[in-house]
Every structure is written in C-alpha cells, then in structure tokens.
Design a protein around this ligand. Structure first.
Ligand SMILES: Cc1cc2nc3c(=O)[nH]c(=O)nc-3n(C[C@H](O)[C@H](O)[C@H](O)COP(=O)(O)O)c2cc1C
Length: 218
C-alpha cells in the first residue's frame, strides 16, 4: 500500500500543516505501507498554459518542469494526503498550480479507486472552504475522500491525535476498498458529465477518447 503526502507549505519540515499531515501518515499503521513525501517547495512547478496537449496525448506536457514526476507518483499511490496551509481561504498557489496541471486526471477519472485526505492549518482555524476544495478535487478525479483535518496554528496534542486516527481510517479504507455511497454517486455524475464532453471532443482529445473506449465507458 503506497501513501503519498504532498505538502505545499514553504516551511517544509517546520510547517504546522506538515506536522499535522505527518501524523496522518504515522496513523497509517498497516505494516505494508510505503510512504513518500513531496514538499512542493523543492520542485519546479509552472502554470498550466491550457494548450490541451495532455488531453491529446496522455501525460504529455510541453512544459519542462517537475510536475510530470509528481503526477506519476500520484498515479502510483493508493492514498494521497494533500496538505496545504490556508492562504486567503484557499490552498496555496503552488498546490493549485500542481492541481491545474492534472486536468487529465479529471477528464479520465485517473484517481478512481484511490483515497484522498485533506490537511490544512491556518491562523484562524476557519478552514472549511479549503478542505471542501480538496474534497471537490478528489471527487472530480474519481477518488474517494477519506476525510479532512484542519487546525489553528500552532497545532495542539488533540489535533495530532485526531490526525493519527484519520491516518488509521485511511489505511482501513484502502484495505477494505471502501466506497462511500454518496461519494460514488457524485463521482458517477461527474463521469456522466465528462462522457458527453469526451464524445464531443473526440477528434481533438484523441488519446483521452481512446482511454475511455479502452475502459469500456463509452
Ligand atoms: C499569504 C498568506 C495568506 C494567509 N491567509 C490566511 C487566511 O485566509 N486565513 C487564516 O486563518 N490564515 C491565513 N494565513 C496564515 C497561515 O494559514 C498559517 O500561518 C498557517 O498555519 C501556516 O502553515 P504552515 O506552518 O504549514 O506554513 C495566511 C498566511 C499567508 C502567508
């Protein structure tokens, strides 16, 4: 079982968000868990240019930076922890830039069968919008949302314990291949929406159309 933690705080190991997210990772107590940590600050991430190359040719991007490496790691993981400080009631720009570059995941529901956890910290502890955004990202990529946790900084012992429990839940969800009925409905509706678009754009988004055909979704 592979769990990938992607953290977007520029404070890296000293980050309050990362402290909390690391506790989620520790809570994944399954012995077979392999984990990976990515601090976005260490990576070169440029903005999406909306050239649609990745839809025409899957995972192909003309921008030469570190994003394709991170996206491949996401595809290899079964569980993904997306950890971001709250920046003006949103995820950080670095995290948003990464997610924007993953729009092929959305078109082809590439995170189907995977589980996502959101982790946020802030000065106020008012993080619902940020966690909701991470949840939204999970659904549009086809993933189940195992849950989210946020904390006002500095993170206290109680929050750390909650984070550990959430990690525990994540590994159980993955092991049990747990599907949450209400979430599956949202994911299926999203798929129906994209089915129409993929058909309309079939002559442009050639490889994504092929992907849908190969999956037997058309
Ligand atoms: C650009 C910027 C925007 C921020 N916006 C908010 C905000 O809207 N609400 C809030 O409560 N805290 C806000 N903060 C505070 C951070 O979310 C908070 O300090 C957080 O715990 C930092 O996490 P880190 O230690 O993981 O980097 C902001 C901080 C920065 C630098």
């Amino acid at each position: 079982m592979k769990i990938l933690l992607i953290s977007s705080s520029p404070h890296k190991e000293k980050s309050q968000t990362f402290l909390l997210a690391q506790e989620v990772l520790k809570g994944c107590t399954n012995k077979t868990v392999k984990s990976g940590v990515i601090h976005l600050r260490d990576y070169r991430i440029m903005f999406c240019r909306h050239c649609e190359e990745c839809h025409k040719k899957i995972m192909h991007c003309p921008i030469k930076d570190d994003v394709p490496t991170i996206l491949r790691e996401m595809l290899e993981a079964e569980g993904i922890i997306l950890a971001s400080p709250n920046y003006i009631n949103q995820i950080t720009a670095s995290m948003k830039a990464l997610l924007d570059r993953s729009s092929h995941f959305i078109h082809c529901k590439r995170l189907l069968g995977k589980y996502i956890i959101g982790v946020v910290s802030s000065g106020s502890g008012q993080d619902k919008d940020v966690l909701d955004y991470i949840k939204h990202y999970a659904y549009i990529c086809g993933a189940q949302y195992s849950g989210g946790i946020s904390s006002r900084a500095p993170v206290n012992k109680e929050r750390m314990e909650e984070a550990f429990k959430l990690g525990n839940k994540l590994s159980l969800d993955i092991r049990g291949e747990k599907g949450f009925l209400a979430q599956t409905k949202i994911i299926e509706e999203g798929k129906e929406h994209f089915k129409k678009i993929i058909k309309i754009r079939k002559n442009e988004w050639i490889e994504e159309y092929q992907y849908w055909q190969d999956k037997g979704w058309l």
